[in-house]
Design a protein around this ligand. Structure first.
Ligand code: G3H
Ligand code: 13P
Ligand code: ZN
Length: 316
């Protein structure tokens, strides 16, 4: 059942974080739904601009509708990840999305406010909520690469000002993470000091953490043992998800970790069976492994086991 992102946030705020997982194809969708049902967790499906272009934007919508029928107990929201203004309008008008993210964080503050406000006005007119971003994460996202030196943490005073001026419904804050598999060099920790200050200025307001993959060392070691060359990777310590959730982080975005599961499964499979060329056997393994991974993340986020309480609170 597709619900609004606002309904998920209302149930989760201050208690746990909702996992927001990117999907690009049917195998990811199947693993995601299975993992969330196994762990009895609500979740958010995220679709990036790149994911919409990968096959056709209608394909992902059809996959999600089908998955919702295959797993009728699932409760989830559908969200546009890192949208530009036009893509936000397209998703708002599609009638399929629960929420959109307008990412104008690379623009100056005033420009970010103006763009975000326009999207908020269009989205709210249709009952859709809007995630905006302030501050800049390092790493690569879609076609934008931010060098570490240019990444900047969210300013708590600006955050309050930004939310008041734009009327956005949630805010992606830069608190030390970055997109991709190379998030930290040396010390691996979120900036809880900044997060505390943002929460103090925006009590009760849902915050979003991007770049939240944990980049498990065992996963990377297995990939490299099967022919990969991923070096010096480091992710978020997943034991920090729940403390962050208690400080208002209500949505935790995880994409890279899913790609690592896919890469490990396929590298190991074809290393072992180098004469095979049928994609279904490794695809089956991937779906099962991805489901296990998702369930493990939901445990760490605190969203595992929340499904029935959420259902009761929604009166469904
Ligand atoms: O933050 C970006 C997400 O990981 C989506 O990645 O744009 O390559 O689909 P993508
Ligand atoms: P990771 O790929 O680093 O997990 O980040 C995902 C993300 O922020 C999607 O918006
Ligand atoms: Zn992101």
């Amino acid at each position: 059942m597709i619900v609004t992102t606002a309904q998920l946030f209302k149930h989760a705020y201050g208690k746990y974080a909702v996992g927001a997982y990117n999907i690009n194809n049917a195998e990811q969708a199947m693993g995601l739904f299975q993992g969330c049902i196994d762990s009895k967790a609500p979740f958010i499906i995220q679709i990036s601009k790149g994911a919409r272009k990968y096959t056709d934007k209608r394909m992902l919508e059809a996959i999600i509708r089908a998955a919702s029928e295959i797993f009728p107990e699932a409760i989830f929201a559908v969200h546009l990840d890192h949208g530009d203004e036009q893509t936000c309008y397209d998703c708002i008008d599609s009638g399929f999305f629960s929420s959109v993210m307008i990412d104008a964080s690379h623009d100056p503050f005033e420009e970010n406010v103006a763009i975000t406000k326009r999207v908020v006005d269009r989205a709210h007119a249709k009952g859709i909520s809007v995630e905006a971003e302030l501050g800049m994460l390092g790493g690569v996202e879609e076609d934008i690469k931010v060098e570490e030196g240019n990444a900047c943490l969210t300013d708590p005073d600006e955050a309050k000002d930004f939310v008041q001026q734009t009327g956005c419904d949630s805010l992606a804050c830069a608190i030390g993470t970055s997109h991709g598999a190379f998030k930290f060099k040396g010390k691996q920790s979120l900036h809880f000091d900044v997060l505390e200050k943002i929460k103090a200025r925006l009590p009760g307001f849902p915050l979003v953490m991007h770049g939240s993959s944990s980049v498990p060392k065992e996963e990377v070691d297995r990939i490299n043992a099967a022919g990969g060359t991923i070096k010096d990777s480091m992710g978020v310590d997943p034991k920090e998800y729940l403390p962050a959730a208690k400080l208002g982080v209500t949505k935790v975005n995880i994409d890279t970790d899913g790609r690592l599961v896919w890469t490990r499964v396929h590298r190991e499979f074809f290393k072992e069976k180098s004469g095979d060329f049928d994609f279904r056997p490794p695809g089956k393994i991937f779906m099962a492994e991805y489901a296990k991974f998702i369930a493990s993340r939901n445990e760490l986020l605190g969203s595992a086991g929340q499904l029935e309480d959420l259902r009761a609170s929604l009166g469904k």
